[in-house]
Design a protein around this ligand. Sequence first.
Ligand SMILES: C[S@@+](CC[C@H](N)C(=O)[O-])C[C@H]1O[C@@H](n2cnc3c(N)ncnc32)[C@H](O)[C@@H]1O
Length: 357
Amino acid sequence: MQQAPFVFFCRPGFESDCAAEVQAIANTYELAGYANAQTDTGYVRFYLFDDATSERFFEVLDLEDIIFARQWFWAKAELEDLPLDDRITPIIEVGQEIAVGKSLLVEHLDSDEGRELSKFCKKFTTPMTIAMEKQGLISEDSEYRLHVLFLETDHCLVGYSPLERSSHLKGGILRLKAPKNAPSRSSLKLDEAIQVLMSRSQQREALRLGNTGADLGAAPGGWTFQLVERGLQVTAVDNGPMDKKLMATDQVEHLKENAFTWLPKKPVNVLVCDMVEKPSLVADLMAKWLESAHTQHAIFNLKLPMKKRFQEVADCIDLICDRLEDADLTYYWQAKHLYHDREEVTVYFRLTSKINS
Ligand SMILES: C[S@@+](CC[C@H](N)C(=O)[O-])C[C@H]1O[C@@H](n2cnc3c(N)ncnc32)[C@H](O)[C@@H]1O
């Protein structure tokens, strides 16, 4: 019998990257499985071969470790041809066989078809939650999150995920409003990266009034804007022009230098980089800054116009990790294909301590 699939949400068009990554994670744990990924659907189903390996996969999966997925859950039931006048009863029936959750997410995919279900899902959330509460399927003590993912108005997947290892956001999407004075829309990418990739304490430590930052490939200043908003003094390196309002804050020094060769006289607290360049060159540049401790925190984009995007990202991250290990440095990293990212992923590296100090 086919096992209940694990469902991974991704940006439409990135299904094969998400599938390759999930397969690599399963391989790491020596769990045999296979992915079913159809282009532009915005999700991947991953099947393991038996109950024991499915259980094990559920125990080890962590959204933080998955670059190309925004959300995941174990889809224990699939309901088709739901009666349109009462979808709740059949969902409750299968829900009773699945788990008690602390909360419920009624979700849709980010594909064209999926987004059409957005209003419906919003409207359905309250009655579904009330019905689940009445049936004892929602309890404060639970460690799980329940998911109902609608693929069509009469077709859904029902399942659960661990609260701490999946996203509390519907579809894993952090929706942000573009700030009024931001010089570019890509400002949102750094805002999302900070909120998703850094813990609150890391944000407090790195992004506080008076700290320093460097922005490589800064113009017109969308990323610099985010650092300035958080009180940092920023060196913006770019031959292109910077936004005038941003320059008027007196928190920005603009240098028309080559970002691949420029280094600050004194280390900065945070380095950000959004250059449209070969990913391996950007990775090498980030490794140079981190291994020489010119920064403690680095947030950067890897642009991915190529086909095998997961492999490219994995190679770039390996390159940086190898260099930091050679320098006896310990570090933390996380990478994500963020909601505001397109053909790129955003990576965060933080130096934690010196091994030999
Ligand atoms: C995608 S844009 C950056 C957008 C910026 N993050 C924002 O939010 O407004 C990339 C920038 O990198 C700059 N750039 C590319 N190669 C560079 C280099 N070697 N040195 C300095 N800047 C470079 C380009 O001039 C361009 O302005």
